[in-house]
Design a protein around this ligand. Structure first.
Ligand SMILES: Cc1cc2nc3c(=O)[nH]c(=O)nc-3n(C[C@H](O)[C@H](O)[C@H](O)COP(=O)(O)O)c2cc1C
Length: 198
């Protein structure tokens, strides 16, 4: 079976699924705009219900004023390490769509679809030699305000993108956690025929 990053797949899968992980140690080097846009191109081709493509990505590259604004929307625990990212991204999804009669209708799968787009971005980031680290630890109200996000969108998550650095560059408490994580077994979450478990 495939062994990569101290991770073992029990069934044969593409190595990218074991190679991708979420480090916190980043070099802080610049990412070119074209290189960054190429990562979003992968997200563009994610599937979505009725092809509604409810995801929106707001990005800032390191060294810009926008980078400081996006960084400020993260929880302090995330700012500690995400400040060394090459780019920060806030992902929002469109929770409602406007009908032809001017009515706002809920879009049931907005979060599911946007999750698919985030993971396309994450895999492309890995393939391109960078790493992506998602964060739910954000001040969502602040992000809505600072980034001018309309009411019928939801802030889903933030992402730090960067080149991986040596763990020694991290504060000590984060250093110990700087390794690819493990997973439940298939038997814990894949059921034949009907739901099992708690
Ligand atoms: C939606 C989401 C929110 C997350 N929030 C945070 C966060 O706020 N801070 C953090 O350091 N990591 C965060 N993570 C990273 C997860 O802890 C990580 O993906 C998980 O432990 C699996 O590890 P791996 O990505 O290295 O395989 C988040 C990941 C996702 C997908």
């Amino acid at each position: 079976m495939t062994d990569i990053n101290h991770r073992r797949a029990d069934h044969p899968i593409h190595s990218i699924f074991l190679e991708r992980w979420s480090p916190r140690a980043f070099t802080g080097e610049e990412i070119g705009e074209k290189d960054l846009l190429a990562l979003f191109e992968a997200a563009r081709w994610a599937p979505s219900a009725s092809n509604m493509q409810p995801w929106r990505f707001i990005y800032a590259r390191r060294g810009t004023e926008d980078f400081a604004s996006l960084l400020e929307t993260l929880d302090e625990g995330n700012q500690r390490w995400a400040k060394n990212a090459s780019a920060l991204v806030i992902i929002v999804s469109k929770t409602h769509r406007l009908t032809s009669t001017g009515e706002l209708r809920p879009a049931y799968t907005h979060a599911f679809d946007t999750g698919a787009a985030w993971f396309a971005l994450a895999l492309q980031t890995q393939l391109a030699g960078w790493h992506a680290h998602a964060m739910g630890g954000i001040d969502r109200d602040k992000a809505m305000r600072v980034l001018g996000v309309p009411e019928h969108y939801r802030v889903e998550a933030a992402v730090a993108i960067g080149k991986i650095a040596d763990p020694s560059t991290l504060p000590e408490d984060l250093r110990e956690r700087e390794k690819p994580s493990q997973r439940k077994t298939l038997g814990d979450f894949v059921f034949e025929g009907r739901f099992k478990g708690d």
